[in-house]
Design a protein around this ligand. Structure first.
Ligand code: TNX
Length: 514
């Protein structure tokens, strides 16, 4: 009680007690190699500078780092270019050849003279800055100045990802999320070193991306959402803002145009593509599998080409996702024939096709990627597609689906794939999830958030946190670090960070939150 009184008194006096520094290994996702040096802690002085290699992409990482650290520290943190940046009592971001670190790895050293992050790429530097952020006290996430000592634990981290593709999906079709909300979601992904944002842009309940050659897709198809929720869509400038903001945080946007099913919104706008040519009623319920564009109509392929051409032209990343799920009314060769034509259109636009694993029976197309959302790893059709050359993104419904409820009393979400609390999200291995698929065919992991019942950014955050870091860790950390007891202890340390940032999260009873 006396200690508590002293703490309150100190708070009232406008000072805060010095927090114990975070331990060097307390990072999510777990780094590959951590070597603590207990005598080498470093405290940021108020006149800290960020020295950075003279390269525009490295400079952008330094500016983002300054943006992250300025609000809570209140320090000016000038960014200074230097040919051979050294910490010199502050922070240094060094771009230099380091073959062992690959395309996204980094080396971070905390010594009494400062913090040095080096990497061969700006992406590596960026991931290193996300580690640096987690090594500072949780108050660093505050949006207003906090008076404390900003101490980092001494030692070295050498780190690089296990898988090249680490993503999350946001369904902006069932409920619409505006640009500013998407940008905040991107921030959460970047924290945990994810590098892809998959946007589910079209579905029965709404079409969310403007296509200039087909304006009614958004003016009509974009006006609805689940229930009475407001519609909405991204103009080319909106989409450009999302893509650029993501790129600044080393995330690639993967746009999905879901075909041939999940197309009721498109058919309300262009009924000539409907199998019977009649205009369907707008759909604001949550059933799936009833709508489809007519695979036997030549105009369908003109439509698909027009749409994919514009989306491809506005998307700098390599991937175009064509959906392909739950087209229950397009069966057999009608389905595979449609998919093969669309895969061909995507290839012609210079993009790599991604689709849900229902695409598996269609012929292989150079580079194609299947997103597996099954719950039973015995899936001969997917294994066969992999033998024919497909690569996989793993989104097992019973582990990685962020729209599943945590527990029976979770107020929003589904439970068709089971309840998913943190341990269930964490306890699987992407390399062995689908039988008869070699680990080398696994491109990585993705955590999808479907939004039939998710209506606001606060609800998105509640479903993302704390499960997203579990999926992120499976995608980034070497399997040798996989350990539930250690993970739950490290994850617990993220709670105060989200609290400092004002982010609502699910206080899972599985995690020993401080
Ligand atoms: C299945 S998973 C769907 C979505 C739903 C989701 C709800 C997949 C490729 N399709 O249309 O939103 O279940 O969990």
């Amino acid at each position: 009680a006396a200690g508590e009184l002293a703490r309150l008194a100190a708070q009232e006096a406008g000072t805060q007690l010095t927090p114990a520094p975070t331990r060097l290994g307390d990072v999510v996702p777990a780094p590959e190699l951590v070597r603590p040096e207990p005598a080498a802690d470093f405290t940021l002085p108020a006149d800290t500078t960020i020295r950075v290699s003279p390269d525009p992409t490295a400079l952008a990482v330094a500016e983002r780092l300054a943006d992250l650290l300025r609000p809570a520290t209140g320090y000016p943190l000038p960014v200074v270019e230097a040919d051979h940046p050294e910490p010199a009592g502050g922070l240094a971001l060094v771009l230099a050849e380091q073959p062992a670190l690959g395309l996204e790895g980094y080396q971070l050293d905390v010594t009494p003279t400062g913090v040095r992050i080096s990497a061969a790429t700006a992406a590596g530097l960026h991931h290193g800055t996300q580690t640096l952020r987690q090594l500072l006290p949780a108050a660093i996430e505050s949006t207003t100045p906090v008076r404390t000592t900003w101490t980092l634990p001494g030692g070295s981290i050498t780190d690089r990802p296990r898988f090249p593709y680490r993503g999350a999906m946001l369904d902006v079709a069932r409920h619409f999320f505006g640009v500013d909300e998407v940008l905040q979601v991107i921030d959460h992904l970047a924290r945990y070193k994810l590098n892809h944002l998959h946007l589910h842009l079209t579905d029965d309940q709404g079409w969310r991306i403007a296509v200039e050659s087909r304006p009614r897709l958004t003016t009509i198809g974009g006006s609805t959402a689940v229930g009475d929720a407001p519609g909405g869509w991204y103009t080319p400038a909106d989409y450009q803002r999302i893509v650029a903001y993501a790129a600044d945080r080393h995330l690639t946007v993967v746009p999905e145009i879901d075909l041939p099913g999940h197309t009721n919104a498109a058919l309300t706008a262009y009924p000539e593509l409907a199998p019977d040519g009649t205009t369907p009623a707008p759909y604001t319920g949550t059933d799936v599998g009833f709508s489809y564009v007519d695979p036997a109509n030549a105009r369908t392929y003109e439509f698909v080409t027009d749409v994919l051409e514009e989306v491809a032209a506005r998307t700098p990343g390599p991937f175009l996702h064509i959906g392909g799920d739950e087209a229950f009314k397009v069966k057999g060769t009608a389905y595979t024939g449609f998919v093969e034509r669309v895969q061909h259109i995507v290839a012609g636009l210079g993009k790599t096709v991604v689709g849900w694993h229902q695409l598996a029976p269609a012929a292989h197309n150079e580079g194609r990627v299947l997103q597996w959302w099954g719950t039973d790893g015995a899936d001969p059709a997917t294994a066969d597609a992999v033998r024919r050359g497909a690569r996989l993104i793993l989104s097992p419904g019973n582990h990685a689906y962020l729209d599943m409820k945590y527990a029976p009393d979770t107020p929003i979400g589904h439970d068709w794939a089971g309840l998913i609390d943190v341990r269930r999200a964490y306890d699987w291995d992407p390399a062995t999830q689908v039988a008869d698929v070699p680990a080398a065919a696994v491109l990585g992991v993705e955590a999808p958030l479907w939004t039939e019942s998710v209506t606001s950014l606060a609800e998105v955050e509640f479903m993302l946190l704390p499960r997203l870091p579990a999926i992120a860790e499976l995608g980034w950390s070497p399997r040798a670090t996989h350990d539930w007891a250690a993970f739950r202890a490290r994850l617990a340390g993220q709670g105060p960070r989200w609290a400092s940032a004002g982010i609502a999260f699910h206080r899972s009873p599985e995690i020993p939150w401080p």
